[in-house]
Design a protein around this ligand. Structure first.
Ligand SMILES: Nc1nc2c(ncn2[C@@H]2O[C@H](COP(=O)(O)OP(=O)(O)OP(=O)(O)O)[C@@H](O)[C@H]2O)c(=O)[nH]1
Ligand SMILES: [Mg+2]
Length: 206
C-alpha cells in the first residue's frame, strides 16, 4: 500500500498569456483543460485543500489566463514540488461552427512549448455527453502526442449507476473503448488521492 500523499504547501506564482510570463522556476507541470465551468479551478482547490487558491465562478469564462500554482507534495518525508497549471476554458464562444476551433492560441502555444509538462488533465462534466469542442480538443492532444488523462467532474451529482452509463457515453464519443476515466468531485474530494498518486508517479518518469 502506498503511503498517503500530503499537500504541504500551495501558492499562486504567475499568470501568463505568453511565454515570457511563464514562471522562471522549472518544475514538473500538470495542466487542467476543459470547457468553461467544467470545474478546473475547483479541482485545483480540492487537490490543494484550499478554498480560494484558484478563483472559481458560477459564470463560465472566469479563468482568462494561464495560472501557475506551486504545490509541494510530501510522502514518506520526501518533498516533491510541482506546478499545477489552470488553463482558461474552451468552447465558450457562441460563434462556434462545428469545425471551428474555439480555444485561445496562447493555450496551444503553452501546451506545445512547455518542456516540463507531464500530462494534461482534460475535464468533462460527467452529467453531459462530450460536446464537439471536447472531442476536437481531445483529438488535438492525441494528434500532438500529449499524454492526457480524462477526468469526469461533478461526480457528486450522479449515482454510481448513472456514472457508469456516462463513462460509456464519454468513451464512445472519444472513440476509445479502453479510455481510462477518473471520476472526481471537488465537493467531497472523491478521486483526489488517486489523482495525487498519478501526479506523483508522473514526476518520477524520465
Ligand atoms: N457539485 C459540484 N459542483 C462543482 C464541482 N466542481 C465545480 N463545481 C461548480 O462548477 C462551477 C464552475 O467551477 P470552476 O471551477 O470555476 O470552473 P472552471 O472550469 O474553472 O471555469 P472557467 O474558469 O470559467 O473556465 C462553480 O459553481 C463550482 O462550484 C463539483 O465537483 N461538484
Ligand atoms: Mg477556472
Amino acid at each position: 500500500m502506498d503511503e498517503k500523499i500530503i499537500v504541504t504547501k500551495s501558492d499562486y506564482v504567475a499568470s501568463a498569456v505568453n511565454k515570457s510570463q511563464y514562471p522562471e522556476e522549472k518544475l514538473p507541470e500538470i495542466a487542467f483543460i476543459g470547457r468553461s465551468n467544467v470545474g478546473k479551478s475547483s479541482l485545483i482547490n480540492s487537490l490543494c485543500n484550499r478554498k480560494n487558491l484558484a478563483r472559481t465562478s458560477q459564470t463560465p469564462g472566469k479563468t482568462q489566463t494561464i495560472n501557475f500554482f506551486r504545490v509541494t507534495l510530501k510522502v514518506n518525508e520526501h518533498f516533491t514540488p510541482i506546478h499545477l497549471v489552470d488553463l482558461p476554458g474552451y468552447g465558450y464562444a457562441k460563434t462556434s461552427k462545428t469545425n471551428r476551433r474555439v480555444w485561445a492560441k496562447f493555450i496551444e502555444e503553452y501546451l506545445l512549448a512547455s518542456q516540463n509538462l507531464k500530462f494534461v488533465c482534460q475535464l468533462v462534466d460527467m452529467r453531459h455527453a462530450p460536446m464537439d469542442s471536447d472531442k476536437q480538443f481531445f483529438a488535438w492532444l492525441v494528434e500532438k502526442n500529449l499524454p492526457v488523462l480524462i477526468i469526469a467532474t461533478k461526480a457528486d451529482k450522479l449515482s454510481k449507476t448513472e456514472q457508469k452509463k456516462q463513462f460509456t457515453i464519454i468513451k464512445n464519443s472519444f472513440g476509445i473503448e479502453e479510455l481510462p476515466i477518473l471520476p472526481y468531485s471537488s465537493q467531497n474530494n472523491s478521486g483526489r488521492e488517486e489523482l495525487l498518486q498519478t501526479i506523483l508517479d508522473s514526476t518520477c518518469q524520465m
